[in-house]
Design a protein around this ligand. Structure first.
Ligand SMILES: [Zn+2]
Length: 339
């Protein structure tokens, strides 16, 4: 079954009604650095590699009108600072918002302005693009030497995008071009179609890839049958495991730990329901090729920013402080050259 945007939103809405304050656990080792304002727990610095911003007066993505109420407003830096307060988020990388193609340049220019100002946590951006369409080359080359523009994403998990879309020749040529000009590409596919991602990365060995949102895994399909909703599973968990393992074998691919909280199941969920997905990604990609993403404000459909960070901290608390530091901060700094 395909994961449509509608179903995704509905799942997330159900989850948002079911938030519970989970037990907070201290990290295994006392990390150096700041303490959380709310909990006094020590916190490692965070680079958020998946931050959305939208000012609807300026850029209004077409999907916003059909989205849950919580998303139908502007989300700007002041809101982000409020959402991340006390969590030691030191830098953020903007992620494109599936803007209308005619607003792509405006979106990129808006982000360059923000990054250049030095007044925002946002220090770099991944911008929209339509790699399969004529004009992509001209569009992206104008940002070739821009130090704030790090890569491109086109969301391909929407209901209207056919399977195999990213394997057509013009698309592949554009993704190779990204590699030639030092930019990365974010893979955002339906979880049942990650094999397309494997084929794409094999066709583009000179381009660096980020698999968004743990390959868009649905945490529900990893729950014991007794805890699952009556709905049929949205994808095959074993196939997802195999495909993520295949992607992880390619050294030019990294994995973004993000997004999955939006589909936490109904009821009082605990962080451990996220663990099968997170742990598989961390285990197969290894400590050096995983990065953290907040996916704010889209995460609000399933959890507050704080709840997502706390749940992830709980899942990884048994891993070494060095590994946690790489996940939350160091790998992103290296990958995007933010040092
Ligand atoms: Zn997102």
């Amino acid at each position: 079954m395909q994961v449509t945007r509608r179903r995704f939103v509905m799942d997330s809405l159900a989850a948002s009604a079911a938030l519970a304050a989970g037990a907070r656990m201290a990290p295994a080792a006392e990390p150096q650095g700041k303490r959380d304002e709310a909990t006094s727990a020590p916190t490692l610095p965070i680079i958020d590699t998946h931050q959305h911003l939208w000012d609807v007066q300026r850029i209004k993505p077409p999907w916003l009108d059909g989205s849950p109420d919580i998303l139908r407003r502007s989300y700007v830096t002041s809101d982000y600072l409020e959402a991340t307060r006390g969590l030691n988020v030191v830098k953020a990388v903007y992620m494109e918002i599936d803007a209308a193609p005619q607003q792509q340049v405006e979106e990129a220019e808006y982000l360059i302005e923000i990054c250049r100002s030095g007044k925002h946590p946002t220090v770099a951006a991944v911008i929209s693009g339509r790699p399969a369409l004529p004009g992509f080359r001209e569009y992206i080359l104008r940002y070739r030497d821009n130090k704030y523009i790090k890569g491109v994403r086109q969301v391909l998990h929407g209901a209207t995008t056919p399977a195999g879309y990213c394997l057509q020749d013009p698309f592949v040529a554009s993704i190779r071009l990204l590699g030639e000009i030092g930019m990365s590409y974010d893979i955002c596919l339906r979880p049942g179609e990650l094999a397309d991602g494997v084929k794409l990365v094999d066709k583009c060995p000179g381009t660096r890839f980020i698999v968004d949102h743990c390959g868009n895994a649905d945490v529900n399909v990893f729950l014991p049958a007794s805890q699952r909703s009556a709905e049929p599973p949205s994808h095959d968990p074993e196939q997802w495991r195999r495909d993520m393992s295949e992607l992880a074998k390619r050294s030019h691919v990294i994995c973004k730990i993000s997004g999955i909280v939006a589909r936490a199941p109904q009821g009082n969920w605990k962080s451990e329901i996220l663990a099968p997905v997170i742990n598989h990604c961390l285990d197969v990609f290894g400590p050096d090729r995983v990065v953290f993403g907040g996916d704010w404000p889209v995460c609000l459909r399933g959890a507050t920013y704080r709840r997502w960070v706390e749940a992830l901290r709980e899942v990884v608390h048994n891993r070494s402080e060095e590994q946690q530091r790489k996940l939350f901060h160091d790998n992103a700094s290296k990958f995007y050259g933010l040092g």
